[in-house]
Ligand binder design. Structure first.
Ligand SMILES: C[S@@+](CC[C@H](N)C(=O)[O-])C[C@H]1O[C@@H](n2cnc3c(N)ncnc32)[C@H](O)[C@@H]1O
Length: 252
């Protein structure tokens, strides 16, 4: 069982401002995702589930373009922000990516911004991919923006500082990473200053570095045909895309 990063709970209210400050372009990313879904599936999706949807920034664009959208996330605090953004017409489920059953399928299931990296090991990777694939309708597409593959880790790790200002106050996040075998260990030091004073939080993410082949095998094991794409422009992370396509005549 992976730890649930405290910042997705205690600091959810600062998430959007922080990534806004890094220049992350959710609108461009969502459009790229929709174009890729159309291309791989052969038609524009008319229903879409965003797994690990966070605060719903991609879903906001999907909701305007796709007939029916839904989201799920394990953090109620992130979902509360998504609900405020998306309104009552978008169902949001507090569910764990590694084991969920919404009892229906979608033309597209997405899992973006490397949220899949929060699984602990290969067993959990397979469970999460299987749970998402089970929600893909015949002819539909699974699209996962993977976490780093081993060849994409910056030697020596990274050190960086992100910070943002809102009406509530300021947030800063110092980051350092290091490789530890087949994991990347990332230490975060957060500081938030409001009229109530300064609050700090330290957390460590230990994220597994799966190879492309291992990611592809996880998708193939679900019965979807898998492909890896590095040629998709417009995604901020540049980590490529893992895709699965369900045969139109296939099960579910
Ligand atoms: C990096 S954020 C990405 C959120 C959103 N997709 C985005 O692009 O901004 C990772 C998200 O994964 C969620 N998450 C982590 N572990 C999860 C799990 N086991 N099941 C569902 N969501 C999970 C976190 O709560 C968080 O919202």
């Amino acid at each position: 069982m992976t730890h649930q990063a405290p910042s997705y709970h205690d600091l959810a209210g600062w998430y959007d401002a922080l990534y806004e400050s890094t220049g992350k372009d959710y609108v461009a990313e969502a459009r790229t995702v929709l174009a890729t879904l159309h291309e791989v599936g052969g038609a524009a999706p008319t229903s879409l589930l965003d797994a690990a949807c966070g605060t719903g920034r991609h879903l906001e664009v999907f909701a305007a373009e796709v007939g029916e959208v839904a989201g799920l996330d394990v953090s109620p605090e992130m979902l509360a922000i998504a609900a405020g953004r998306l309104g009552p017409d978008v169902p949001l489920y507090e569910e764990d990516l590694r084991a969920f059953d919404l009892g229906r399928t979608f033309d597209a299931v997405t899992c973006l911004f490397s949220s899949i990296g929060h699984v602990e090991d290969e067993t959990e990777l397979d469970s999460a991919v299987a749970a998402m694939a089970a929600h893909v309708a015949p002819g539909g597409v699974l699209l996962i923006e993977p976490w780093l593959t081993p060849d994409r880790v910056v030697p020596g790790g990274i050190r960086k500082l992100d910070h943002a200002q809102t009406e509530e106050g300021v947030v800063a996040r110092a980051v350092t990473s290091r490789e530890d075998g087949d994991h990347l260990v990332i230490d975060f030091g957060w500081a938030v200053a409001t009229t109530g004073g300064v609050a700090t939080l330290e957390e460590t993410h230990r994220l597994p570095l799966f190879t492309r082949e291992r990611y592809l095998a996880a998708v193939e094991a679900t019965g979807l045909s898998a492909q890896w794409r590095d040629d998709v422009p417009g995604l901020t992370t540049g980590r490529g895309l893992l895709l699965g396509h369900r045969d139109p005549g296939g099960p579910r």
